[in-house]
Design a protein around this ligand. Structure first.
Ligand code: TNX
Length: 469
């Protein structure tokens, strides 16, 4: 261990004890984790755990299933194999997360990823003690969840992806398999159906629901930069421009469509949240945008779920809606004010500052993968060097529901690409979401990440399996 505890996220209040390490036999029943006594205890913060190890053995006490699992993950990270034994340093750890919502957004709309890949992403995030997978299920390029009430979405709106890559769509059974896997890792799935923009694909199935594309200078600039051509009504869109599509807001047929898809989505989803999108509706008049967001967030509430919307919807979403902030670490324009509006209306805020935790930003200028619109490449230190309670003036600790990293997939086509972009910056998001500000520092963090990479390199393993082992 070199006197170091290369844990991610760093457990709070680690006390090194004298009395020698715990030496535990490797057991056949749990080849990956040394044997420990697990005990459920009452009292204490949600997801909290206590880990004690010394020459007599290891005990983990958790207040709930998540707490026990976090304790086991920390133990797995601490343990080193020595021949036929696992060796665990003698420690005393009392640990609990700072924020209850600790997530990753995976965009399966720009490129589609099958159930097996999504389940491995769930394993990876759970290994970092993150507990939310936000699935971005619809966008201009494709619709990714089959709906019984609207069969043409799967049949006509799901076959395409960026660059002409194959599309795809989850059946209800696929979605249930993802949910079950997530639940087994104490991960909550937050599904997102974006609107009123990001809806070009809907028009492939139900043309009567969609307005004509609005081609702004931004859309032309994106087409100039990345190709893909301008959007054409009724033709799959395979470029990466945003903000040109809109549902026909207020049309009764659109209302009926929203009733169907959100009704089905809420019924399929056991978690408390449904995300309604609301970003980059650049082709929609402000009054129409406000009416859409108000209506869709109220609809989600009536369905018994808490709505989440991107920060643009602050001030127009139904009271109690959770806002997701995707502005910069130094807020510009009205992004901070939009975020504050959710709090004034009784909601809280999820922080996804794009120039820190948008993991689709290039990690450095030479990266083959990634975009650079969020203030250029984002280094590991950039990803880590911010604090949720001071990011937006007027939004303090109690107003923050949590932290979410995002992996948009315009340039990300394979599972290998996903891994390349997740690591190591996802560790930064995980530690920010878990560990109080006063126990964090960027130099210590980057040193621990380097130690972790060095270890996984010598073990010949990948960072994902190392973190998850
Ligand atoms: C902005 S952030 C988007 C996405 C893109 C992403 C690319 C947000 C709510 N919208 O549509 O995929 O940038 O980085």
């Amino acid at each position: 261990m070199n006197g170091d505890l290369p844990l991610v996220p760093f457990p709070r209040a680690v006390r090194r004890l004298s009395g020698g390490p715990a030496r535990l036999p490797v057991t056949a029943s749990s080849p990956d984790v040394p044997e420990a006594v697990l005990r459920r205890v009452s009292g204490g913060r949600p997801e909290s755990y206590r880990l004690r190890s010394d020459a007599r053995g290891v005990t983990i006490e958790g207040v709930d299933a998540a707490g026990l699992a976090h304790g086991a993950r920390t133990l797995a990270q601490l343990a080193r194999r020595e021949g036929e034994e696992w060796v665990v340093p003698a420690v005393e750890i009392d640990d609990a997360p700072r924020f209850s919502h600790r997530g990753l957004l995976l965009d399966v709309a720009r490129h589609f990823f099958g159930v097996d890949v999504v389940c491995r992403v769930i394993d990876a995030i759970a290994a970092c003690k993150l507990n939310v997978l936000h699935l971005h299920l619809s966008d201009d390029q494709g619709w990714r969840l089959a709906m019984t009430s609207r069969p043409d979405l799967a049949a006509r709106a799901s076959g395409s992806a960026i660059g002409g890559d194959p599309g795809g769509c989850y059946t209800a059974e696929d979605y249930r398999a993802i949910l079950a896997h997530a639940a087994s890792r104490q991960v909550t799935v937050v599904p997102e159906i974006d609107g009123p923009g990001h809806t070009h694909a809907v028009g492939l199935a139900y043309p009567e629901l969609l307005a004509e594309p609005v081609v702004t200078d931004e859309v032309r600039a994106a087409v100039d930069a990345y190709g893909g051509g301008l959007p054409v009504t009724g033709v799959p869109y395979t470029g990466l421009a945003v903000g040109f599509s809109s549902l026909r807001i207020g049309d009764p047929a659109v209302e009926a469509f929203l009733d169907d898809v959100f009704g089905e989505l809420a019924a399929l989803t056991p978690g408390p949240y449904v995300h309604v999108g609301g970003d980059e509706a650049l082709g929609t008049r402000p009054e129409a945008y406000a009416a859409y967001l108000r209506g869709v967030t109220e609809r989600v509430r009536r369905l018994g779920k808490t709505p989440i919307a991107w920060h643009e919807a602050g001030g127009v979403a139904a009271p109690g809606t959770v806002g997701q902030y995707w502005g910069f670490r130094t807020p510009i324009d009205d992004a901070g004010e939009r975020a504050r509006a959710f709090v004034r209306a009784g909601g809280r805020v999820i922080l996804s500052p794009a120039d820190a935790v948008y993991l689709d930003m290039k990690p450095d200028a030479d990266s083959r993968l990634g975009l650079v619109w969020a203030n250029g490449p984002t280094s590991l230190a950039d990803a880590y060097d911010w604090d949720p309670a001071t990011l937006i003036e007027g939004i303090g600790e109690a107003d923050v529901l949590g932290v979410e990293a995002a992996l948009w997939t315009e340039t990300i086509r394979t599972e290998g690409d996903i891994e390349q972009m997740l690591w190591p910056r996802l560790y930064a998001a995980a530690e920010i979401a878990w560990t109080p500000a006063e126990e964090r520092d960027v130099r210590g963090f980057t040193a621990r990440v380097e130690a972790l990479s060095a270890r996984s390199a010598t073990a010949g393993g990948r960072a994902v399996s190392e973190a998850g082992s």
